[in-house]
Design a binder for this molecule. Structure first.
Ligand SMILES: Cc1ncc(COP(=O)(O)O)c(C=O)c1O
Length: 409
């Protein structure tokens, strides 16, 4: 039977990560995956998380099955954290998922159960897994332009494309710190998007994977909350991988705002049914940790301070890179980078230049130009800037207008 299996495509990011691991150069830099690293290059376990884990280990607990919605204390804490007000949490339901990816998949499944073949709009360029997740759930995918030539969202292109989204369509938007571009719209543009959704009847589907790492937790959540206030129905996929550093504990939540209690009950059951057939229920550990942190004012304050420190380190890295690039004579790319937010930066390099940077300098980013700015130890920024400048010097004639990079290989 297995002889019939055609060669499947290899995941581009993990493929590059394997290439990095096999690279013998000691000064190589892995900036492929979106993982925060501290100044020593380590992805730390946050102090608030460690303390919660100690508390959980000391509790004489049980590992009995939880219900199909997972850890309900975690779900309630996620609703309160993401939505912020009783007016919104009272219109919402939440189901724990296997991290942000699980939330995206369950919500895609919910859309399919509601209306098979629904069109979901994603950004171009998009997070590499958006299209496969949505198509894997049986949905139709269309794209809207995200980046203009200045390296930030071009309102007119974005809104023009989304004017074609109609009633019953779903529009997937990254709530902050857009992956892969690091380019976020202004709050005014978010409001125009809300107006378009109101006028044309499409449903926003917000992917929250980096809240807290752009302008701060509350600021990063404000576009999502504004959409939730203005629109009757909103889907939200929440990941705790980055902002709690719980990458391997696979912690996340599917949140749905609806206009009636009856619809929300159906939503919860539909999400549970989707989980039941995929993995039955999610693992508890990460959710129990997050519920412990968010349920204790002191621990929550420790976590918020750590999250802020992470954000400041990422911002300092970007500022430093911008200064070094400008000093090397690359003012224009430096200006574009300076406007970006969150863990990723999109370099104005062609796929060929990205490959050359990998081969000549041992700097690994994705072929589309994305690098994980949160993965660079501070003292390696000059090395990174020199690598980028070297790649830019080669083959400059080709140019790479932002937003026209091909999909990652
Ligand atoms: C935009 C976006 N959404 C969702 C995810 C999924 O994250 P996870 O499943 O690790 O929580 C990621 C991970 O990189 C992402 O970048």
């Amino acid at each position: 039977m297995l002889e019939l299996l055609p060669a499947p495509p290899v995941d581009p990011l993990w493929d590059l990560t394997a290439e990095y691991a096999a690279d013998p150069r000691p000064d190589r830099l892995n900036l492929v995956l979106g993982v925060y690293r501290d100044h020593t290059g380590v992805t730390p376990v946050m102090a608030a998380v460690k303390e919660a884990e100690i508390r959980l280990a000391q509790r004489s607990g049980s590992k009995e099955y939880l219900g199909l919605s997972g850890n309900t204390a975690f779900n309630d804490a996620m609703l309160a954290t993401v939505l912020g007000t009783e007016a919104l949490t009272s219109r919402a339901t939440a189901v724990q998922t296997v991290a942000g990816t699980g939330a995206l998949r369950l919500l895609a499944d919910l859309v399919r159960q509601t209306r098979p073949g629904t069109t979901v709009w994603i950004s171009d360029p998009a997070y590499v897994n958006h299209r496969p997740i949505l198509e894997g759930a049986g949905l139709t995918v269309r794209t809207y332009r995200w980046l203009g030539p200045a390296g930030r969202p071009d309102d007119e292109d974005l809104l023009d494309d989304l004017r074609e989204a109609g009633p019953g369509d779903v529009v997937l938007l990254q709530g902050c710190c857009h992956n892969p571009t690091g380019a976020d719209p202004s709050f005014g543009t978010w409001e125009r998007l809300a107006g378009l959704a109101e006028a044309n009847g499409w449903v926003p589907f917000v992917d929250l994977a980096y809240h807290g790492l752009g302008d701060g937790l509350e600021a990063d959540l404000s576009p999502t909350r504004m959409l939730a206030e203005r629109l009757p129905e909103v889907l939200i996929a929440v990941s705790c991988s980055k902002n709690f550093g719980l990458y391997s504990d696979r912690t996340g939540c599917a949140v749905v705002l609806g206009s009636s209690a009856r619809a929300l009950r159906h939503v919860e059951t539909a999400l549970q049914n989707a989980a039941r057939t995929l993995y039955s229920m999610p693992p508890d550990h990460g959710a129990a940790v997050v519920a412990t942190v968010l349920g204790d004012e002191r621990l929550k304050a420790v976590w918020l301070a750590e999250l802020d420190a992470m954000r400041h380190r990422v911002t300092a890295n970007r500022t430093d890179l911008v200064a070094h690039l400008a000093a090397l004579g690359h003012e224009e790319p430096a200006r574009a980078l300076a406007r970006q937010k969150g863990m990723f930066s999109m370099l104005p390099l062609t796929p060929e230049q990205m490959r050359r940077m990998r081969h000549r300098s041992g700097i690994y980013g994705t072929t589309s130009g994305r690098i994980n700015i949160a993965g660079v130890p501070a003292h390696r920024i000059p090395f990174l800037a020199r690598g980028i400048a070297d790649a830019l010097r080669t083959d400059r004639s080709v140019g790479h207008p932002y937003g026209r990079g091909p999909a990652d290989r």
